[in-house]
Write a protein that binds this ligand. Structure first.
Ligand code: TUI
Length: 317
């Protein structure tokens, strides 16, 4: 069955669960526009998550999901809230959902882990995942090593559940490319940062609008937590510390609270502006609805064009 039918959504587009950003206003707008809005629960207490779920239900009566950032210490409390609130779709990232799988499945909750490799994709299928999101290293935030172009077809061939493509997708051409590589849909993060409904400080949006293809870099590899963000003063200092083989403590001191600093205070030089490599193409601020419908119209045009070219090449027209 197609992922759209399985989840009850119109367009096969997931909104990436960006920490501190993917809150009710953005999530509700995405679900109302026919995509899958996803609440980022990373950093939330159980009560904060409950409130965000309830706020989302006030904005939309369409399906939405909650993402579990598995590095957080309070996951089992968050799982309880998800069950109590009747959320039917969960995505996971930055770890394995194995300890929570049985409980989630028992409550008929679709579990869709984000995976950075074929090995982890297979592991998730064996655990009973409904689908997987194969995320290439082009993505923003916590990333793996393999690019979307290489990862996606290899994951598609390795599993028999639906695969959603993530990392480097911001327009209809990206969607068409993901389909060509065997994906059933896409997860998009960075392009949602330049929407009207994205609840960040305007400086944060402007940093994404101004960014180019070479604006991002990965830090944190030395401590086993690679994170992609837009280069700035803080990232420069972080890289210098990493080059000097600084300890995890020293590095964490620099990055502590940095996401909030950028997202809420608009301090884009000292804060963390997580974004993917496709930020160089996210130059326009539009509503979520306009963004999603434009992307799928463009994808269809590209796919029609490809069919046309193929017929021309076979000299059938
Ligand atoms: O999780 C993400 N991206 C994120 S989480 C995040 S919050 C954060 N804030 C500050 C510092 C660090 C993180 C920001 N961006 N993407 C999904 C993702 N999951 N990428 C890679 C993985 C992953 C990695 C290992 C998934 C599973 C895994 O191992 C599972 C296993 O079974 O070993």
């Amino acid at each position: 069955m197609r992922i759209t039918k399985m989840l009850g959504i119109k367009y096969p587009i997931f909104q990436g669960a960006m920490a501190q950003i993917a809150l009710a206003p953005l999530v509700g707008a995405v679900s109302n526009a026919g995509g899958l809005g996803i609440i980022a629960s990373g950093g939330f207490s159980a009560e904060q998550l409950r409130e965000e779920i309830q706020k989302t239900k006030e904005i939309t009566d369409k399906p939405f999901a909650v993402n579990l950032m598995l590095m957080m210490p309070n996951i089992s409390e968050l799982v309880d809230v998800i069950i109590e609130e009747g959320v039917k779709i969960v995505t996971t990232g930055a770890g394995t959902p194995a300890p929570y799988m049985e409980t989630l499945k028992k409550h008929q909750i679709a579990v869709i882990p984000v995976v950075p490799s074929v090995k982890i994709a297979k592991k998730m299928e064996a655990l009973g995942a409904t689908a997987v999101v194969a995320e290439g290293t082009e993505a923003g935030g916590h990333v793996g090593e393999t690019t979307t172009m290489s990862l996606l077809p290899q994951v598609v061939d390795a599993v028999s559940i639906p695969v959603i493509a993530a990392g480097g997708i911001a327009n209809g051409r990206g969607i068409a490319a993901a389909y060509a590589l065997g994906a059933q849909g896409v997860q998009v993060g960075t392009r949602f940062l330049t929407t009207v409904e994205c609840p960040t400080h305007d400086n944060f949006k402007q940093a994404v609008v101004d960014a180019t293809d070479t604006s991002t870099i990965v830090t944190g590899r030395s401590i086993g937590g690679p994170v992609r963000s837009i280069k700035n003063k803080m990232i420069q200092a972080y890289l210098e510390l990493e080059n000097q083989k600084a300890s995890r403590d020293e590095l964490e001191k620099l990055s502590l609270g940095s996401l909030r600093k950028a997202v809420f205070d608009g301090n884009i030089e000292e804060g963390s502006v997580m974004a993917g490599q496709i930020c160089g193409m996210c130059n326009e601020i539009t509503t979520v609805e306009e963004m999603i419908t434009t992307m799928f119209i463009e994808a269809e045009e590209v796919l029609d064009q490809m069919t046309h070219l193929s017929l021309v090449e076979k000299e059938l027209i």
